[in-house]
Write a protein that binds this ligand. Sequence first.
Ligand SMILES: *Cc1c(COP(=O)(O)O)cnc(C)c1O
Length: 407
Amino acid sequence: MKPIGEVNPPARILLTPGPANVEPRVYRALLAPVLGHLDPDFLRIMDDVQVLTRRMFVTENRLTFPVSGTGSAGMETAMTNLLEPGDTALITVAGFFGERLADMARRTGAEVIALESRPGTPVDPQQAREAARGKKIKLIGVTHGETSTGALNDLDAFRQVTEECGGLLVVDAVATAGGVPLRVDAQRLDVCFTGSQKCLSAPPGLAPFTAGPRAEAVIGKRKTGVTSWYFDLTYIMKYWGQERTYHHTAPISMIYALREALRLVEEEGLEARWERHRRNAQALATGLEAMGMGLLVAPPHRMLTVTAVKIPAGVDDRKVRGRLMEEFNIEIAGGLGELKGKIWRVGLMGASSTQNNVLLLLAALEKCLLEEGIKLPPGAGVAAAVQAYQQAPVHGEPAQGEPAAAR
Ligand SMILES: *Cc1c(COP(=O)(O)O)cnc(C)c1O
């Protein structure tokens, strides 16, 4: 029998739409001793995580905590707690993740009206207004950044429609929170959730979640029980709220990691972090366009944490991505569904959003494309990005002296 050796993965440069690279300080937090889930020292750590999560979402919501599970667990918590048979929900479907939210909503027994858009475009809020006419709408579910295409939906416009029809606004900010401007209270979002491994740059496994008073009232008035035991907020909040009674064993080490990741968000400052993501995404887009490549999403609708670039005709998607990984240690993502083979998706999230990564990717991609027989103006991508940075330097990037192999 061949022995299985100790796990020893390479330290990659993760330029996918999640997971993003993890900061050394977050890795160190994972090494801290595991405590019992009712240990007073752990309860204090939970309190810290709730405080830090509220600050990250810019909310005062009492019901704020990390759901045990990845971003999809946040989606499922929202849908299973808010919807029941007989309800009607409007869900934006700008791509793969909107479709996932609609699928979860349908499984609750609610009637779901999918508001679709062409790939690479946001959903038109007017579509929601028309679909809501003459109906009682329980909620509008909006994917803030649609990771499968790189398109950003306009939350404020959907807020307006939600107020006109009297429902709740539920926002999937899995790919945007911590990377793109988002203020839960000021934007009057009733429910919002994200994932630990995207712009927060912790490992995957937690879904920071927040629900406001209107959403709590809706949950309190349910006629039927929540069909999911694990995600039932009335149970979970007995552990995360005042009572501190056992529901399920919290993923202790991941809570430590999230706490450190949120501390890093706070140290950098939310606005500085949003600005860093914007500058790096802009330099990348400028560089790709200077290389003659087209971006899928028009500039005003780009989500900035994920950039979708069209694969030039005649270029083998898998071969280029394979070469980027083997030769440069970089992972980028391909397209999903009908966009498979047609686009690459470059994630610049959290610790992965750096000037170093942008310049390296542009240079590496140039070499890979040359090897595919594509004619390119030499160095055009890097030159254009350098110029973009000179006009708007990136402040607040993590210190270059930090050891992460990823940098
Ligand atoms: C990644 C992502 C999800 C799913 O998160 P998982 O952590 O993979 O479960 C949901 N919505 C959006 C917008 C995402 O980008």
